[in-house]
Design a protein around this ligand. Structure first.
Ligand code: ADP
Ligand code: ZN
Length: 725
């Protein structure tokens, strides 16, 4: 090669051509440094015919400066990047950036310096130093990371290094990871589990694209089954990627993994420290030999990494909406995982007790191979579900729990068993208003009420993070002690439990309280050891956990998710309630679930109460078919935003005004988005509903491609949207 096209990380530049100096070895996928004006940029060598660029004569080409010491991105990954960019109407540079998770790691291994407390006392202990010493117990990280943990400036920490309070530690980036052993602790599987495992193992051993839907009730041992596939893959010298929807789930997973394989997997998520990130990335590209990464457990961002020898992908809790990314590249990791498996020619397992309707449909039509686990492990039975009709069984005034639910909780407490209350609402109360003048606290940046948080004594916006201290008087009329909290959040429910059952030990589980892996681990340990009587939580408690003494689940407000009524409201409500119900009675003692609702007749609620999953999926499928909604038709959204309201509106109108007319495509809007103001930006939406046969991406590309907008306007395309706000 003496001329090469580079994919560079700037959407406006597109692709650029360079000259390859004599003697420099470049392959497609090589990561290189090239000059751009006075600067240097990083780029990936790409097949020119797949990446359009301006034609530059040979004589004008500038030379590549350097090939970085990292293996070239393999061809299947390059095809995946192209596919993702095209399917999701995203700049290819934004997708490619996700593959190069750590730019420092591209420069090779070597060492990094971290710091930790020495335990020494300094003569001069400023309040800042005292604060840092308390916060940094047991921590070791870069100065910048420690500053963030301790909430002090980097200058304070550098001063502490000079004073001997902190010491440097040299960390070897390429130190090997412990080996996971396929035969470390092989479980005895039930007959049904064995059948499932055999199918996975055969697929992992033979290779080739093989998509599975592992459809097993909560507590059936889905993890045990796909662990056998992992064992087969690593025994064959291949790598495995396990995608989990939430970092909150990883603690539990890590323990089970280590128990099965004798060593922890390699973690990948957004809150990794810089050194961990660099080490993990290098281990992933190095491959499974010599202490490189064998099994990677990660959030959706792990999907695009350049695995050296990927042999299997598992997507656990595959129905989870958090696999859909709603900013930047708006992709769905569940779907892209299947595409990656196809390009890599490997098996992929989607595991869930409540699969997405789309996944069900693909299994029904034979695209995915369905593997059923219809029974719980160890003879445990599925819980008994019943309805509490709040219109007939009213909670006391100012309370939210119906007498029957309270009575059941008291009974559990007396027997030493655990109860779990689920309400998908963080904070104390979703709305605060002035009794005197009716003033409501609203976020200045978003179309949203401020949510009261009693623990942190703040009113907070859950969309942009705006916070104000909890006020004592109304900012409008100045009256003191006139503010009322309207409606419940989990903090308020926890208070109610504490008042009703003062002797009960209550654990509050929300992203506000369980915001680090350590806190999650502490909660899980406490719940397992029976140190908790009542768990009150948001969607964070609906999944993954296995507490043998938990025998009662109360759904505080089943109607909450059905409000707003977007495309997937019914499905999401079904999944959430079925998952949280699945926490009850997972061991020897049977479980019971009470669902509080004002709409017992709603199809979702009725199906849950009857334990009739098929009825729910059938009704939902029919409704989607009638509406031309996925998987029968396709949706896409165009979201237009600007800090200037008129600018946003004009841009949205310009898009609406140039809409293509196409027999297979219906276009709705533009209309102000339900969140018409979000993080200080005014928003408009258009919704596109297309037949499956329509070339949706091409139509959108041609439509938007001809339009020009002012600088401050952002136009985003969301293919297969999950969020309609
Ligand atoms: P799911 O993910 O399907 O809800 P899990 O994989 O969490 O179910 O399994 C539920 C519980 O049963 C876990 O504690 C798991 O360790 C246990 N279990 C499942 N299958 C087996 C088995 N074959 N041998 C021992 N324990 C098992
Ligand atoms: Zn806000």
């Amino acid at each position: 090669m003496n001329r090469v096209r580079l994919l560079v990380f700037n959407a406006a530049l597109g692709a650029l051509d360079y000259r390859v100096p004599a003697g420099m070895a470049i392959e497609f996928g090589s990561v290189v440094v090239a000059p751009l004006g006075p600067r240097q940029i990083v780029g990936i060598a790409w097949e020119a015919e797949r990446l359009p660029a301006q034609d530059v004569p040979e004589s004008k080409l500038r030379p590549i400066l350097e090939v970085l010491p990292t293996p070239p991105l393999p061809a299947p990954l390059r095809r995946l990047i192209e596919w993702t960019a095209e399917y999701y109407c995203a700049p290819i540079s934004s997708v490619a950036r996700m593959a190069l998770g750590s730019s420092a790691a591209l420069r090779g291994g070597g060492t990094m310096t971290e710091y930790r407390l020495t335990g020494a006392e300094a003569e001069r202990m400023t309040p800042q130093r005292v604060k840092a010493c308390e916060a940094l117990q047991g921590e070791q990280a870069t100065i910048r990371e420690l500053a963030a943990i301790a909430e002090v400036s980097e200058g304070v920490l550098r001063g502490m290094v000079s004073a001997g309070l902190l010491e440097p530690v040299t960390v070897d980036i390429d130190r090997p990871y412990p080996r996971a052993l396929p035969d470390f602790a092989v479980p005895e599987l039930t007959a049904a589990q064995q059948q499932a495992a055999d199918a996975f193992v055969a697929a992992a051993e033979s290779g080739g694209f093989a998509p599975f839907l592992l459809d097993g009730v909560t507590g059936s041992g889905k993890t045990e089954c796909y662990f056998e596939a992992i064992a087969a893959a690593i025994a064959g010298g291949r790598q495995v990627l396990v995608l989990l929807p939430e970092i909150a789930l990883t603690e539990n997973f890590l323990r089970r993994f280590e128990h099965r394989f004798g060593a922890p997997p390699v973690l990948w998520h957004s809150s990794l420290k810089a050194t961990e990130r660099r080490r993990a990335w290098r281990a992933i590209v190095a491959g499974p030999q010599n202490g490189g990464a064998q099994v990677v457990v990660g959030a959706r961002s792990a999907l695009f990494l350049p695995y050296a020898a990927l042999g299997l992908i598992v997507v656990d809790e595959a129905h989870e909406v958090s696999f859909k990314q709603d900013d930047g590249v708006r992709y769905n990791a569940r779907d892209v995982a299947v595409i990656r498996a196809r390009f890599e020619q490997i098996p992929v397992i989607l595991a869930s007790a409540t699969p997405a309707l789309e996944s069900m449909h693909l299994a029904d039509t034979g695209v995915y191979r369905r593997i059923d686990l219809p029974a719980r492990f160890g003879g445990a039975t599925l819980p008994e579900i019943s309805i509490v009709d709040l219109r007939a069984e009213q909670p006391e005034r100012g309370r939210w729990l119906a007498p029957r639910l309270v009575a059941e909780m008291r009974e559990r407490l007396a027997k030493g068993e655990q109860s779990l209350l689920f309400l998908n609402r963080r904070g104390y109360a979703p709305l605060t208003l002035c009794r005197h003048c009716g003033y409501r606290f609203q976020c200045p940046n978003c179309t949203a009420w401020l949510v009261e948080h009693r623990f942190s004594r703040k009113l907070a916006c859950h969309h942009c993070g705006h916070e104000v201290p909890a006020p004592e008087e109304c900012p409008e009329c100045g009256t003191k002690d006139c503010l009322v909290a309207c409606g419940p959040g989990v903090e308020r429910i926890a208070d109610e439990v504490a008042e009703l059952m003062p002797e009960a030990r209550v654990a509050l589980v929300t992203s506000d309280t369980l915001n680090t892996p350590e806190r999650i681990a502490d909660f899980v340990a406490a719940a397992e050891q029976g140190l908790v009587d009542v768990i009150v939580g948001t969607q964070l408690v609906t999944k993954g956990y296995h507490f043998p003494e938990l025998t009662l689940v109360g759904v505080v407000d089943a109607d909450l998710g059905l409000e707003g009524g977007d495309l997937r409201a019914g499905e999401r409500t079904y999944q959430q309630i079925a998952q949280v119900a699945g926490r009850a009675g997972r061991a020897a003692k049977p479980g019971e679930v009470l669902i509080q609702t004002r709409h017992p007749e709603a199809a979702v609620i009725a199906a849950l109460a009857a334990g009739d999953r098929d009825a729910f999926y059938d009704a939902e499928t029919q409704a989607r078919r009638d509406a031309g909604a996925p998987p029968f038709g396709r949706w896409a959204a165009i979201i237009v935003s600007s800090e200037d309201e008129a600018e946003a509106r004009d841009a949205a109108r310009a898009i609406g005004g140039s809409r293509p007319s196409h027999p297979d495509v219906a276009i709705l809007g533009p209309a102000p988005a339900p969140m018409s103001l979000l993080r200080g930006r005014y928003r408009y939406r258009l919704l596109i509903n297309a037949r499956r046969s329509a070339e949706l991406q091409k139509i959108i590309g041609e439509w938007l491609g001809t339009l020009r907008f002012p600088q401050g306007v952002r136009v985003g395309v969301d293919i297969d949207p999950y969020s309609f706000v």
